[in-house]
Design a protein around this ligand. Sequence first.
Ligand code: MCN
Length: 795
Amino acid sequence: MGNIVGIGAAPLRKEDRRFVTGRGNYVADIKRPDMTAGVFVRSPHAHAILAGIDKAPALTVPGVVAVFTGEDMKADGVNGLPCGWGITGTDGVPMKEPPYPVMAVGKVRHVGDIVAFVIAETPEAASAGATALAIDYTPLPAVVGVVDALKPGAPKVYDELDDNLCCDWSLGDKAATDAAFQNAAHVAKLSLVNNRLVGNPMEPRAAIGEFNDATGEYTLWSTSQFPHVVRLLMGVFVLNIPQHKLRVVAPDVGGGFGVKQFHYGEEAAVTWAAAKVNRPVKWVADRSEGFTSDRHGRDHVTEAELALDETGKFLGLRVYTLANMGGYLSTFGPNIPTNLYAPLLSGVYTTPAIHCQVKVVFTNTVPVDAYRGAGRPEATFVVERLVDVAAAEMGMDRVAIRRRNMITSDAYPYQTPVLVEYDSGDPAGCLDRSLAAADYEGFPARKAESARNGKLRGIGISTYIEACGLAPSRFAGRLGARGGLYESATLRVHPSGHVTVLIGTHNHGQGHETTFAQIVSDKLGIPFENIDIVFGDTDKVQFGMGTYGSRSLVVGGSALAKASDKIIAKGKKIAAHLLEAAEADIEFVRGDYAVAGTDKKLRFEEIALAAYVPHNYPLEVLEPGLEEQSYYDPVNFTYPGGAHIAEVEIDPETGVVTILNYTAVDDVGTVINPMIVEGQLHGGIVQGIGQAMFENCVYDDTSGQLLSGSFMDYAMPRADRLPPMQVITHSTTCTHTPLGVKGCGEMGTIGSPATIINAVVDALAHLGVTHLDMPASPNRVWRIIQNAALPRAAE
Ligand code: MCN
């Protein structure tokens, strides 16, 4: 018999055995009988009229089975990809929502837009067919930046629209915010760019479609973070396949980071084409294809202003952001720079008035959608940079100005002026612990030591908050969500007492097979080894919403806790009957059903057997079997947050920034598995460091070509450039989740970009530097140092 491994323990991850022994099962590993290979032909132009496609040369290539275009899909009644979120402008006008065809019809709108799908006996033959295809493009002027896209006379991404503005949205009380600025003793201003990112999960996207013409059933295997939602969107909106005839399987997925959270055209194309050729069709992206077809993240241009009184108290915050949507509206696209951004602008501060205007803009670039953090790193970057700018301008200490404005731990629940109500938190506690752990006091001595070595040393702080655990359905619905955001769990107890959990979330690296088993082991008092977690197959698992927005534990784990409680409750009824006691007298402790005050008890396994072999069973009042289900819709988001501190050292000769150390103190509520939480923080911080230091997705302004379209030009963070990290949890209990948990999957990515840039700016402050845009590449930092040196040299 194994052990109970409950909440707070740190067992090794259950799933790792298959991963480290090479027995993961990824879409690219799957082979179906008589399977064909598909290659998508993608636009080399950012913007062009698709005048015609001649399939004939491709069809003569040996091995080519079929070629399909957008016109073929349109003629077959296939619809465009739906957008899951409909936002409304300040003027009450809904966002402009042009169609997003699976494959381009009439016009291409970004480099990488799909123009044809070539299916062949082998990937090589499909590639040869794709090369042979004759495509007639008439190139058009392209626009890639949000500022340019809004200029009068800019190339129009959609001819049928007046301009490139999708929606002019806002949140907050404008009059109150303007009034706060009237009374300000000081106004700090900041213009910034939140750089565009490419997610680059280790496993590129892939999909296999299969059709059974005897039963009319379709199956899609996809590298998806939410297979049920793909089944819903693709079946109901795009291909018109009845839900019971469509199975979507997302097996092991090698990282998603948000990028695999959308319904992609490739999924619909393989599924539809499989029926046309009546053979399975497999597509696996290569890395370059990922760069021009995976949804990108971030890409904001922002002007922000903070009004303060003479003591440094924040009076008001005004933010104006232009957000790039790319060429089409992706599944969650318009939601990210609006609802997941503006409500976080209060940060951990008591700013009484906030107003945020966001213009959501079409351009000739890859569609932009959620990438780890999604809206919240952008908000944190605005707030935490602006606080540093204000402190510098007012001659205040950066810690002191934060403390002066922080929400105190006794002020929760705290209603912000931007919709959300924080349930719990202790920002000052996180800050205190981070300052101690980072030896903040000792920094001046370390800076002096660096100076002696000819280096510039800086320290950066970010006290941040995020909203995660998407989302209360009613709240989301008010904000424009076209779906619900609950989660489901089924707990199937077998006659032996072993348990299979069917859960609607998706595990693609976060360790759910371990942490969810810990919750059940803890709740039911049964061995950890006796519990298996099943996810990612719509034929096995009841409808679930999948994994994103750090929701799996908060929403899925809560459903699991509730289903466990139902199992315990039913078990009590069975135990009362078997032990001839009143149900109210049955106590359930660590897997034992005992009659209070006696030594009469039955094990969980005995109750499970009795439920399935009901020879002695209260059949009049209770059904046999032991299986319970819960659908949990949260009442609020959870609000994890913390204080991050980093120290950097800059070599002024080269502009190279070295991060010397990183300290993160975070509030994640109840910790299920401290090792996994630490790993999530590490990974998240590394992704945030990636944005702050290395990664930048760059398009050519005139041609619209992606200039950073491979790892030669797009710099991912690598182990040798990363600092040692201290990760400490400082938790307050979430007041509304059954387990007291908050999410943790994105917080590292949310807190770290501001932390790093604040440190870099601090190191350069003596040169008069008040801000620099990300990434803090050697080139950019070296130029800043050189430019700062020029006037002084002239003096
Ligand atoms: N956990 C815990 N105690 C807490 C909070 C979380 O033990 N108080 C555990 C959870 O049980 C889970 C893990 O930490 O095993 C992450 O939990 P959660 O915060 O619920 O986040 P999700 O599981 O919903 O994961 C989504 C989140 C997001 S939005 C992105 S993007 C992301 C991320 O997590 N993508 C990832 N982490 C990733 N990690 C990997 N390896 N790969 C990705 O693609």
